[in-house]
Ligand binder design. Structure first.
Ligand SMILES: Nc1nc2c(ncn2[C@@H]2O[C@H](COP(=O)(O)OP(=O)(O)OP(=O)(O)O)[C@@H](O)[C@H]2O)c(=O)[nH]1
Ligand SMILES: [Mg+2]
Length: 245
């Protein structure tokens, strides 16, 4: 029997709970329990001197086993942004999570998790946390309380709205708050998504690119819109690539 499983599936022995194997490559095939072998009937043993042999060879029994298939989440993404940046909206569009969304700050008061279902059964978890503001280190806004929820994430996705007065400054403030919380947060891979880009036209985007290339230096950024569903596939591709780097 063949069983198709998603990448990242691990197989545990149901009795010992030990991990027996893990599917780490696309298209990988593993034999879990070997099937039996057919026997040989008596006509196999027919010979000139024995036309009606009474001897036959029995087959070999197949093996049996009980296993548990478990999907190991390979890695995940934490969303970082000011209140109202569109974090929960993004989560609601690329996962089946249904977080509260509203046009005011601090809509999200507790973290939300969603699974981004990705092509070929790939998936990763995305965490949406309350917005961070300047001075969070001193306890402003919801402070640093929720940063621990993204402390273990492999990758950080910074969400900065297209109508921000100064995108690179907003990014620096967020980065500084993370640094003050725990300098190790800066060791994580980062991507900036400029949200609500449906408010921009191509010309404006081109102008912004010139500025952003200069100010953001080597931090990768891209334009997305959750509402207009723009750039979301590319976003998932890039996050996936970062997670697997
Ligand atoms: N035009 C436009 N508006 C958006 C987009 N994404 C979100 N918004 C709007 O931005 C507002 C805030 O969205 P939320 O997703 O609640 O923002 P948030 O970052 O989760 O906010 P907090 O939970 O308060 O930190 C809502 O009015 C959304 O409808 C987008 O792609 N385009
Ligand atoms: Mg929110």
């Amino acid at each position: 029997m063949f069983l198709d499983v998603p990448l990242g599936t691990i197989l545990r022995d149901a009795e010992t709970n030990e991990v027996v194997l893990e599917i780490t490559e696309h298209g990988e095939e593993k034999i879990i329990v070997e099937g039996g072998m057919g026997g040989r009937g008596n006509w196999h043993f027919k010979s000139p001197t024995n036309q009606t042999p009474r001897y036959a060879q029995p087959g070999v029994e197949g093996k049996e086993g009980a296993y548990i298939l478990e999907l190991k989440v390979l890695a995940d993404v934490g969303l970082v942004g000011f209140p109202n940046a569109g974090k929960s909206t993004l989560l609601s569009v690329i996962t089946s999570a249904k977080p509260k969304i509203a046009d005011y700050e601090f809509t999200t008061l507790k973290p939300n998790l969603g699974i981004v279902e990705y092509r070929d059964f790939k998936s990763f978890v995305m965490a949406d946390i309350p917005g961070i503001i300047e001075g969070a280190a001193e306890g402003k806004g919801l402070g640093h309380y929720f940063l621990r929820h993204i402390e273990r994430n492999a990758t950080l996705l910074f969400l900065i709205p297209a109508d921000s007065n100064d995108i690179s400054k907003e990014y620096e403030i967020l980065l500084d708050e993370l640094r003050r919380y725990n300098p190790e947060m800066l060791d994580k891979a980062r991507l900036i998504a400029i949200s609500k880009s449906d408010m921009l036209d191509e010309e404006l985007m081109d102008e912004m690119r010139v500025e952003l290339d200069k100010d953001l230096k080597n931090v990768p950024y891209m334009f997305i819109s959750s509402v207009a569903q723009q750039g979301l596939t590319e976003l998932k591709d890039r996050l996936w690539a970062m997670l697997n780097d």
